[in-house]
Design a binder for this molecule. Structure first.
Ligand code: DGL
Length: 269
């Protein structure tokens, strides 16, 4: 599983809870955070390198893209690299779009995401493919993930930012909001309060954990559901800040975190 940083730990959290018997390796590409405003061409190369590292060196049986921006910009690249290793990919966009389309009553779905994710059109396309006529309102939130990552996710600054990003969603009367970035579950209570309790928030974690389970079962790769698997962490930036921030996102102890360069699978520890 990989992400641009610690946000994907909200997805890992759900996977650890739903599939405790499986082993997980999580790579946080903190040296390249944020993906949301980075050059897509550079990101696609990076995603290829990470997929190679986890599948070639790491020998993973499934690749989970726990990052909305990476999915939107480079799902195809990750799939290409994974196909060479005979491994399937679980991305984060499509499972959320499926859920949102299934639960909206008024057909008005909001998407809050990074600029790269919105500009890629990935959610819009995925929602259009769900076979329902939906009115989609997308809001780019360039500052929200970096703010959550660097500051306190519970201060007045984030609240003001959340209010501003929610304004167009309220005007559009969405009854369902896709949290299109893995950082946003940390501010879900704020968003829920601003939007009102009847608006349903669809985060990536549950949707991805269910997709991982289905994929492993379909491929005959699921472990017997007894016992607890192992989980461990790689990051490309500072190890101490990954551990400190990561604990908040994972809501479980992180244990050992290793620093790694994304260049070639031979670097895999
Ligand atoms: N994991 C990223 C995402 O879900 C966080 C934001 C970023 O890296 O810009 O889009």
């Amino acid at each position: 599983m990989f992400d641009s940083g610690v946000g994907g730990l909200t997805v890992l959290h759900e996977c650890l809870v739903s599939l405790p018997e499986e082993d997980f390796v999580y790579l946080g590409d903190t040296a390249m955070f944020p993906y949301g405003t980075r050059d897509p061409v550079e990101l696609r190369e990076r995603i290829r390198g990470i997929a190679e590292l986890l599948l070639g060196g790491g020998g993973a049986k499934l690749l989970v893209i726990a990052c909305n921006t990476a999915t939107s910009i480079g799902e195809d690249v990750a799939r290409e690299a994974s196909a060479e290793h005979g491994v399937e990919v679980v991305p984060v966009v499509e499972p959320q779009a499926e859920i949102a389309a299934a639960i909206t009553d008024n057909g008005r779905v909001g998407v809050l995401a990074t600029p790269n994710t919105v500009e890629s059109g990935a959610y819009r396309r995925s929602l259009e493919e769900q076979g329902r006529s939906l009115e989609v309102t997308e809001v780019e939130a360039p500052d929200l993930a970096p703010f959550i990552q660097t500051g306190s996710p519970f201060d007045e600054g984030v609240l003001e930012m959340a209010r501003a990003y929610c304004a167009p969603l309220k005007r559009a009367d969405v009854d369902t909001l896709i949290l299109g970035c893995t950082h946003y579950p940390l501010v879900a209570p704020m968003l829920q309060r601003i939007l009102g309790r009847d608006v349903r928030l669809v985060s990536g974690g549950h949707a991805v954990a269910a997709a991982v389970q289905r994929t492993l079962l379909r491929q005959g790769l699921a472990r017997e559901p007894d016992g607890e698997g192992a989980y461990r962490f790689l990051c490309t930036g500072d190890v101490d800040s990954f551990r400190e921030l990561g604990t908040r996102f994972l809501q479980m102890p992180l244990g050992k975190v290793e620093r790694i360069e994304v260049q070639d699978a031979a670097d895999y520890p």
